[in-house]
Design a protein around this ligand. Structure first.
Ligand code: SF4
Length: 345
């Protein structure tokens, strides 16, 4: 929703200032689908706005719901025809989280990621980023509210397509809108931003948004393996990442989540676990680092998910080394839940 455009239209029509606030509340908090639904404004204004301005900057092309009802994925078509994805996930009862995209495609080229294979196409605007939340609010209202009482979208993760710190001006603006009590009104602590490890991005983020959660897509704790699977590591290696995290902790006392996709025979051995433990110990603030072990949703013919047994063993090695660790439940494999799997088709 382009708020500036809305403001301009209302000004041109000579509407009083409070009108904007009424409309913002209806769109951002009540999740209306069209201006026609806003009963607090005149019929003439409703019709004029519906004609002149769109609430969403894309149209949904496909929505897939997993059979267990715990994840829903949407493929959205932007006005220029590009496609992005967003996922609604319920990892535990009563807890709904939206995973959103910040770019069309991604330049980072991680070998295990379907979005990485698409390559970079363009940055999303702040509006296109936050519209994904509006979309889910509308979807929940229309399709899920009657099935699940009190269903509320509580959390947001920037873990869809794209590297947030490569589109920082727009991601930054979108974060401000998401925590603005007059717009979306999310708590900072309910939002997480995930990066592949852009050093200066991590530092700036900690200074500006110390209460928003940070997640690092680490996946490998040796420079050799990480550079092989994640080209970002050639510029921002583990030493650089360590320093960036240490700087981050000078500004924030929030827990940092270390994302680790378990890949069979590649990063799931005892040695890999020890390397990971040693890297985290070298960062310091071990109590603020939490590893999430994630089952790999296959997107590449050459890579397979680690077995449940290997994942358990890996977890135990980390625990023996005093590392906080959780095995994350895999959601959405039958709806091609991994980022980029739908848009890349
Ligand atoms: S994992 Fe993230 S950073 Fe890497 S290519 Fe995919 S979207 Fe980009």
């Amino acid at each position: 929703m382009d708020i500036k455009e809305l403001e301009k239209l209302l000004e041109l029509r000579g509407e009083p200032k409070f009108r904007l606030e009424q409309i913002k509340k209806a769109i951002f908090q009540d999740g209306v689908f069209s201006f026609a639904e806003i009963s607090t404004i005149s019929k003439g204004l409703r019709e004029a706005l519906d004609e002149e301005i769109k609430i969403l900057s894309f149209v949904p092309k496909k929505v897939l719901q997993a059979q267990d009802g715990q994840s829903i994925k949407a493929l959205l078509e932007l006005t220029d025809g590009n496609l992005i994805e967003t996922v609604l996930i319920s990892p535990k009862p009563g807890f709904w989280s939206a995973c959103i995209s910040c770019q069309v495609g991604c330049a980072m080229g991680c070998r295990f990621c379907a979005t990485g294979k698409i390559g970079f196409i363009r940055n999303l605007t702040a509006e296109e980023i936050t519209d994904q939340i509006l979309f889910w609010r509308q979807y929940i209202k229309k399709n899920l509210k009657f099935k699940i009482k009190n269903l509320k979208l509580t959390d947001i993760v920037f873990m869809g397509m794209g590297e947030p710190f490569q589109n920082w001006p727009e991601v930054r603006k979108s974060l401000k809108d998401l925590i603005d009590p007059k717009l979306f009104g999310f708590g900072s602590r309910n939002i997480s931003v995930s990066t592949s490890g852009i050093g200066e991005g991590i530092e700036n983020f900690g200074k500006e948004f110390p209460q928003i959660n940070l997640a690092i897509s680490l996946h490998f704790a040796s420079d050799k393996k990480r550079s092989n699977f994640m080209p970002v590591n050639k510029k921002y290696n583990l030493e650089n990442l360590k320093k960036a995290l240490q700087k981050y902790f000078e500004n924030s006392n929030r827990k940092v989540f270390i994302e680790y996709i378990m890949l069979d025979g590649i990063n799931d051995s005892r040695e890999d676990a020890l390397e990971l433990a040693n890297f985290l110990k070298s960062v310091g603030k071990l109590q603020l680092l939490h590893v999430n072990l994630i089952r790999y949703n296959t997107t590449s013919e050459n890579l397979k998910p680690s077995s449940g047994n290997a994942t358990q063993k890996f977890r135990n090695y980390l625990l023996q080394n005093n590392i906080n660790v959780t095995i994350r439940k895999s959601l959405g494999s039958e709806i091609q839940g991994a980022c980029g799997q739908l848009a890349g088709k």
